[in-house]
Design a protein around this ligand. Structure first.
Ligand code: HEM
Ligand SMILES: [Cu+2]
Length: 482
């Protein structure tokens, strides 16, 4: 089996990836502005109507997770296309369903007033206490369903293409090398894409099912589901989907570090074992979101705690270790994309630590409804996942000929990083001080940290805008991405 095949992307494929990055950048910045508004409101620097805060929180939480998926899909598709033959129209369809779905969600939330958070916990969408009409709930849930369907098709196409080349999913996960003696394992990108396709297909099927049930419930209230079962399905879907966004983004590290250093990233046994283990663990760890639910079977929660400790770690360890081994004494010349990829791996690793603390049942019962939780996930999503995506985008922009004074890029980088650290630390510190999450209205003691958060958020937005501007100003027509 050939390890690096390097199929050449068609012009249409390159344009599709460029379109993904444009949508990613625009929606990301818009969602960041909503985040800034929320933090300004919590810091008493602007006064938003309470409904608007919760609508913004719903749009921001849902939209950010979606846009992380869009960015991750662009990375996965771009690099997987080097190894297997993917279908461009399926990829484009996923972007279209995202754009239409995101439009539906924004209309449902800002015009229709829907504000049940990304969690849309049953039966809240149908029991709004006058805050929104059933149509708003239906449009929001319908938008989510549309987006989920697009992603489902996207992953199914990757599965089709992977099977076409490797014959079976276990081969694509590298089992003949892991358990046997096949000296040519599939490239890391194929391993990661297979894992993500398996996990996310399951997650999306559960998500779509609970969305359909909730939609029917809106129209036929007698048609109900057990609320605890619904919550399990929603968190299974949400947990798997957001984890998958990281496993998609990390592909950029696997593909680009070898390009920088001229050293191939050949999966070894620990690497393959980590990805196979995490395929199962990521599915089984989701009960860490339900540790406060006394209605849950206790054994399931204990299992959730234990599996959470080990679920993300294997991949993180093989990635961080592999990255260090490739970079070590390679003479790598640091530039903007490499720096952003590095910060991405760092932010991911840093965000896992508070997550592990929170996955401990006794800690969780004190910390879970505090800002500690937004603290940990903003670390691994904003600094980590988004950091890797910005690294990928600037690498692609560079390849397309984007050239700007390097001092501008360095300034943008450090503004983004400083803001990201400030924002996540403001959340973690507040959580440590027991400031609750999802509160629009703050007590005077909480306001100072929110203001530091707001200032940091402004820096993140400035840094991100500068990074994007650098790409837009420097690259040629949209099709130029190479
Ligand atoms: C400038 C960058 C950002 C700012 C200022 C920001 C700000 C905020 C704020 C203030 C909240 C509400 C916290 C609370 O009181 O509970 C929040 C929640 C959230 N954010 Fe961000 N955020 C940013 C970036 C991101 C990114 C990059 C992601 C994901 C990729 C993300 C995902 C989320 C999610 C999932 C929630 C939870 C919403 C909920 O509790 O229902 N955020 N963010
Ligand atoms: Cu989780």
């Amino acid at each position: 089996m050939i390890i690096q095949s390097n199929l050449v992307p068609t012009r249409g494929a390159r344009q599709a990836v460029a379109a993904y990055l444009v949508v990613f950048g625009a929606v990301l910045l818009l969602m960041m502005v909503l985040g800034l508004l929320m933090r300004l409101n919590q810091g008493g620097l602007v006064t938003l109507p309470a409904e608007f805060f919760y609508q913004s929180m719903t749009v921001h939480g849902t939209g950010m997770v979606g846009v992380a998926g869009v960015g991750g899909a662009a990375v996965l598709w771009y690099f997987l296309g080097r190894h297997v033959r993917l279908t461009t129209w399926v990829f484009v369809l996923n972007l279209l369903t995202f754009v239409v779905g995101a439009g539906m969600i924004m209309a449902a939330d800002f015009i229709g007033g829907f504000a049940a958070a990304w969690t849309f916990l049953f039966p809240l969408p149908a029991k709004a206490g006058g805050q929104w009409e059933p149509w708003a709930a239906a449009v929001h849930l319908g938008g989510l369903l549309l987006i989920g369907t697009g992603f489902l098709l996207f992953h199914l196409d990757t599965v089709r293409a992977i099977l076409g080349r490797y014959g079976s999913l276990t081969r694509a996960l590298g089992w003949p090398s892991l358990f046997g003696s096949d000296p040519e394992p599939p490239p890391p990108t194929v391993v990661a894409s297979t894992m993500v396709a398996i996990a996310n297909t399951l997650g999306l099927v559960f998500g779509a099912s609970v969305l359909v049930i909730s939609l029917v419930n809106l129209m036929v209230p007698q048609f109900a589901i057990d609320a605890m079962v619904a919550k399990n399905m929603i968190y299974f879907f949400g947990h798997v989907f957001i984890n998958a966004t990281i496993y998609m983004a990390v592909i950029a590290v696997y593909e680009l570090l070898p390009e920088y250093t001229g050293r191939p990233w050949k999966p070894n046994r620990p690497f393959l074992a980590a990805w196979t283990m995490s395929t199962i663990l990521v599915l089984a760890a989701y009960p860490h979101h339900l540790l406060m639910d006394f209605g849950m079977p206790r054994w399931l929660l204990i299992l959730g705690q234990i599996l959470s400790y080990v679920s993300g770690l294997p991949i993180l360890v093989v990635t961080a270790f592999g990255a260090l081994m490739i970079v070590y004494r390679s003479g790598l010349r640091w530039d903007l994309p490499a720096g952003l990829l590095f910060i991405g791996v760092f932010g991911w690793a840093a965000g896992v630590i508070p997550a592990i603390i929170d996955a401990t049942i006794i800690v969780n019962s004190v910390m879970h409804n505090t800002l500690w939780v937004p603290g940990h996930f903003h670390s691994y999503l904003l600094l980590g996942q988004v950091g890797m995506l910005l690294g990928f985008a600037s690498w692609l922009g560079r390849a397309a000929g984007a050239r700007m004074p390097s001092r501008f890029g360095i300034a943008a980088f450090w503004i983004f990083v400083a803001g990201g650290i400030g924002l996540t630390q403001s959340f973690l510190y507040s959580g440590h001080a027991s400031v609750p999450r999802r509160f629009a209205e703050y007590l005077p003691e909480w306001i100072g940290q929110a203001r530091i958060g707001a200032l940091s958020a402004a820096l993140v937005i400035l840094g991100t805008t500068m990074l994007m501007a650098r790409l837009v100003a420097g690259s040629g027509p949209a099709g130029g991405a190479r």
